[in-house]
Design a protein around this ligand. Structure first.
Ligand code: DX5
Ligand code: ZN
Length: 229
């Protein structure tokens, strides 16, 4: 399967979302990744369901919502109503397992893709109890909270673990998020990633976004061919 690119707009020009979306569509990204932060689960605040709804009006590209909030159960229906195509929250949130499972099932019942994200300090075993309700496992290769951080290569083997947990169930995908660029994409490709989230590498001055998107796809695919070092 070709590796897809989801563009994180966290470091984009929020003053001009229309131009940002047109630029990403021209660059050939496959999906848009929207980082929602509540200033509690992570030490940063970004945006809520109204901005997701604005992206829904601006593009037909699939919208992946990455919730870095402490109470996903309380807010998930607002993000469903806003037009998200997938909703991924963190397995580390301080909610009971049955509440997490119920939230995943509500996303699935709305015919969107439910996902769990796994932070660097968390083992992949933490998602095992929820695996049957999952469409996405998102492996964090940075500490959640900010764009432009250094890629943590030591987290990449979790991608293969996640794929093993999901098995070959159709429609499931392993996403990797944080510090991914054409330089680091071979590492994630080696472990069989499906979707690379790319943020600051698409918005850096002097970097052509279309070129970077193709370079990430090629590098991840090559990594997949050459296999772990
Ligand atoms: C970090 C976010 C990422 C981030 C990716 O908490 O979840 O999606 O925006 O951006 P880069 O590619 O710059 O690390
Ligand atoms: Zn993210």
């Amino acid at each position: 399967m070709a590796v897809a690119v989801a563009a994180s707009i966290l470091t984009a020009d929020f003053g001009n979302l229309y131009r940002v979306v047109r630029k990403l569509e021209r660059a050939g990204v496959d999906r848009v990744h929207l980082d929602v932060m509540d200033g509690h689960f992570v030490p940063n605040i970004t945006f809520g369901p109204d901005v997701v709804a604005a992206f829904r009006r601006l593009t037909s590209l699939p919208l992946d919502v990455h919730l870095m909030i402490s109470e996903p159960a309380r807010y998930v229906s607002r993000f469903l109503d806003a037009g998200s195509d997938s909703i991924t929250f963190h397995v580390e949130v301080d909610e009971a397992d049955d509440v997490k499972l119920d939230t995943l099932e509500r996303i699935g019942a709305a015919r969107r893709q439910p996902g769990l994200a796994v932070s660097p300090e968390t083992s992949m075993d933490a998602v095992r109890p929820f695996v049957d309700a999952l469409g996405i496992i998102m492996v964090m290769t940075v500490q959640p909270g900010f764009g432009g951080q250094r890629f943590m290569a030591e987290q990449a083997p979790k991608i293969a673990e996640a794929r093993k947990l999901l098995g070959n169930r159709p429609g499931t995908a392993v996403h990797v998020d944080g510090g991914v660029s054409s330089e680091t994409a071979p590492v994630v490709g080696q472990h069989g990633v499906d979707v690379c989230v790319v943020g600051s590498a698409l918005f850096q001055r002097g970097r052509d976004a279309a070129h970077e998107v193709q370079a990430v796809k090629r590098a991840a695919a090559t990594g997949a061919v050459t296999g772990p070092a």
